[in-house]
Design a protein around this ligand. Structure first.
Ligand code: PLP
Length: 402
């Protein structure tokens, strides 16, 4: 196959991760697995509230499990953040007018913008604002699970609508579920493109959803992967805010701007919803990342570069997997799902033993593996591990089936 030449296994095993070559998860592996999963706080707590483990051990993994930006922040963003470090000891400091910059970027007012320590914080705040023991969330399943996990924490539940057979979101069923349970629904959640499938909601279908839902029903539209989409059938739903719809558009600097570890996201919504949400906010955004965010918004060239590299790498991996007989779901994100034709859980463990962290299972899609786009070296290690776990014509490491 045409994947870049794999890094030799010996070289990898000679690395620090080899010392962790046991089946139990090491602390840093636990930390890796925790990121982006609904159980992150519980796992961190099990670690005594800290994510320990050596950095060398962490660095040795090919990290294809959390849909991160493998390239790291661009120079412009690093420079802006480095400069802002002089405010590390302050509470009040200039923040680069980040809220105004975001508002200008979207053609809205600052009263339409709410910053959060990652969009994940804001997804939780939406839950705190619109859910209680009597109000549920309606959303697709599988999707990004943190909203549903938050519903459980609030002691309510999610009304989960299965994806269609081709893994698109079932818009008529979402409308029906919301109307049927109208009095019990606090808000509707859609992820566009969806995580874990990478599928978009075509613009016509999104319009249909927003027109058909009861007009006072809040709709949280998670556009975490907006910047990677290369499909004319997709559009952002930010303009719906200006039309006065009760939509909440969530965006993050974690993906395209590579600032996942720095924690910065925001929502765009109506002033009324922003006011309600503000009352439930718990975290604060740090000075350094605010300046990084402003620089990232302006650095459109590096965003285009990341997008182009991610799409090329994803297409290449999907093509090669296809040549080996494994189909992937068409994705518009910095990740894709490949149908591995056997149970995913043991395969994830096999990859881990080979130093490659891949996505967690996404029930009920238990024969699909989610793979985040990594560097060329990481993708080569994935390809090498894949060939070992799925030898041509063989069934090593697991049963073949369905
Ligand atoms: C769909 C989706 N929304 C939100 C988030 C949270 O991102 P963050 O809290 O880093 O902004 C993620 C992270 O993986 C995601 O996949």
């Amino acid at each position: 196959m045409d994947f870049p030449q794999p890094v030799s296994r010996r070289r990898f095993i000679g690395g620090a991760a080899a010392t962790a070559g046991v089946l139990t998860l090491t602390p840093s592996e636990l930390a890796l697995w925790a990121q982006g999963t609904p159980n992150a706080p519980a796992i961190a707590q099990a670690q005594g509230g800290q994510q320990r483990g050596s950095d060398a051990e962490y660095d040795a993994f090919a990290k294809l499990g959390n849909n991160e930006n493998c390239y790291g922040p661009p120079e412009s963003v690093i420079q802006a953040m480095t400069k802002a470090f002089k405010y590390a000891n302050r509470y009040g400091y200039p923040d680069g007018n980040i809220t105004q910059e975001i508002a200008d970027h979207h053609g809205v007012k600052t009263e339409n913008v709410l910053l959060g320590a990652g969009s994940g914080e804001l997804l939780d705040v939406v839950g705190l604002t619109f859910l209680d023991a009597t109000k549920k969330v309606v959303g697709s399943d599988p999707s990004y699970g943190s909203v549903y996990q938050q519903a459980t924490t609030i002691k309510t539940e999610a009304i989960r609508v299965p994806l269609l057979a081709d893994y698109r979101q079932d818009i008529p069923a979402l409308i029906k579920a919301t109307k049927t349970h109208y009095r019990d629904v606090g808000f509707v959640y859609v992820c566009n493109p969806n995580n874990p499938t990478g599928q978009i909601i075509p613009k016509k279908e999104m319009k249909h959803l927003l027109n058909e839902l009861p007009e006072d029903m809040p709709v949280l539209i998670d556009e975490a992967y907006h910047h990677f989409v290369d499909n004319s059938d997709y559009e952002t739903s930010v303009p719906m805010v200006l039309e006065g719809k009760p939509v909440i558009i969530a965006r993050t600097f974690s993906k395209i701007a590579a600032l996942a570890g720095m924690r910065l996201g925001y929502v765009i919504s109506t002033p009324e919803i922003i006011r309600k949400m503000r009352a439930h906010q718990t975290g604060t955004v740090n000075a350094v990342v605010k300046w990084g965010g402003v620089a990232a918004l302006k650095d459109t060239a590096s965003q285009a570069d990341v997008k182009q590299k991610v799409i090329a790498s994803r297409k290449q991996a999907v093509k090669e997997l296809k040549s080996l007989g494994y189909e992937s779901i068409p994705s518009e994100g910095n990740f894709f799902m490949v149908h591995i034709k056997r149970p995913v859980q043991p395969v994830i463990a096999e990859f881990r033993k080979k130093g490659v962290i891949v996505g967690r299972p996404f029930p009920p899609m238990l024969e699909h593996l989610r793979v985040s786009v990594g560097t060329n070296e990481e993708m080569a290690r994935f390809a090498s591990a894949f060939r070992e776990i799925f030898p041509a014509g063989g069934t090593a490491g697991g049963k073949s089936g369905s």
